[in-house]
Write a protein of this length. Structure first.
Length: 411
């Protein structure tokens, strides 16, 4: 697929979700032309480990009928006429393996909608199908498109039977009205219909550009190559998504909760300034909410190496939400644990129980120190930066893994 230059910054983040090996990354590649799982360990093992991303511009031909009038080309593949730019979209490709649920929840924190992938050649629902859909719904994400992938691997009768099973499964959830699009990512079948469904069912949310910027950090890295001269070294780069406000070149920024200070035994916010701003359309002078961005800073690249700052929150100095070393949560638990082959009934949270919380892109362990009906207080092992009324995913150790058991809202 010949890639065109992305014409502008993306407007919206659409995350992939679903069971491992159902073809999420392959479907993203079929739409965008980009293989989002580029980490060395991902290429070796053939699964998504880190949150990946890929952008695409969606175009609509005014002459051809839907869905064939939708594509990612400014020149219509059908009639060769010029197509109109509809929207630029960022895909947030999340891992599906059960052991990588933490990474999936981090990606979910920046999603505006989801392309949910269910394979046509497997039973419905698979464990992580249940787990991912439950996670998206409890985090408040309502705009979904379901892709029934791998229809090329089954007969027409089997595909129809699987389609009905998907409909039956989602009828029991909050997603009963979402479209189901049969596709083959490998064969590039029905990709135009997927784009049309995304355009119809996943709207661009309203953004507040006049408030202080708030960005969840999904990645951080050192872009310097080994052997580079000291004079040529560049500061650390922070990747993520801006939820509100805007960031401009030379802005002073702060990251919270920051880094642990051994001398004071507290976490100190990190201060720096913006030296570059990157989007899929290239380097820009300012960025707005929507899409994934890279913020070049003056930070020591050692501090950003290997995703060391994932979970931080970026914004203007002294204007970020508070740092919490303990949180009070209004809790809502599932009836059964999801993500396990055999459903396990969820018992109430107990005093002194160890639980895991995902808040934004941050992950922290905590100990329950107080319980009043559905209100619990949790002392955190590692502090987080989060505004009040933020949603958090709650996991409990069941058998050998942390399993999602419910959600909470920070009071």
């Amino acid at each position: 697929m010949k890639l065109e230059k992305i014409p502008r910054q993306s407007e919206i983040n659409i995350g992939t979700a679903g069971h491992v090996d159902h073809g999420k990354t392959t479907l993203v590649e079929a739409i965008t032309g980009i293989w989002a799982s580029s980490h060395s360990e991902e290429l070796k093992r053939g699964i998504t480990i880190k949150v990946g991303y890929a952008d695409a511009a969606f175009y609509r031909c005014p002459s051809c009928p839907p869905p064939s009038n939708y594509s990612t080309s400014s020149k219509c593949p059908n009639c060769s006429n010029k197509s109109e730019l509809s929207r630029v979209v960022s895909f947030v490709d999340c891992p599906g393996h059960e052991s990588l649920m933490t990474n999936m929840l981090s990606g979910a924190a920046v999603m505006d909608g989801s392309l949910f992938v269910i394979a046509a050649d497997e039973d419905v629902p698979r464990p992580q199908t249940r787990e991912h859909l439950s996670a998206l719904q409890m985090l408040g994400l309502r705009h979904l498109v379901i892709a029934q992938n791998k229809v090329d691997l089954v007969s027409e009768e089997e595909a129809l039977s699987n389609f009905e099973k998907i409909k039956s499964y989602i009828s029991e959830t909050l997603s009963q009205d979402v479209p189901i699009i049969p596709v083959s990512a490998q064969q590039r079948l029905n990709i135009d219909a997927v784009i049309e469904a995304i355009e119809k069912y996943i709207p661009t949310p309203e953004r507040d550009l006049n408030t202080s910027p708030l960005m969840y950090v999904l990645r951080s890295f050192d872009i310097n190559r080994p052997g580079m001269s000291v004079d040529g070294l560049k500061g650390g780069v922070i990747g993520g998504s801006l939820l509100e406000g805007k960031i401009e070149l030379n802005d002073e920024i702060e990251l919270r909760p920051g880094v642990f200070n051994k001398r004071t035994s507290n976490y100190d916010p990190i201060s720096s300034s913006v030296v570059s701003l990157g989007t899929s359309s290239g380097l820009v002078e300012n960025v707005k909410p929507g899409g994934l961005i890279a913020v070049g800073t003056k930070l020591d690249p050692y501090k950003t190496k290997g995703d060391a700052l994932v979970g931080q929150v970026l914004g203007k100095p002294d204007l970020l939400p508070p740092i919490h070393d303990k949180v009070t949560l209004d809790v809502s638990l599932f009836e059964v644990a999801v993500g396990v082959p055999e459903l396990v009934k969820i018992e109430k949270i107990k005093m002194n129980e160890a639980i895991r919380l995902n808040i934004g892109t941050a992950v922290t362990l905590g100990t329950v120190s107080s319980i009043r009906d559905d209100i619990i207080e949790v002392k955190l092992k590692r502090p987080v930066c989060a505004p009040n009324n933020s949603r958090t995913a709650i996991s409990r150790r069941i058998e050998d893994r942390w399993r999602l058991i419910g959600s909470g809202v920070i009071k």
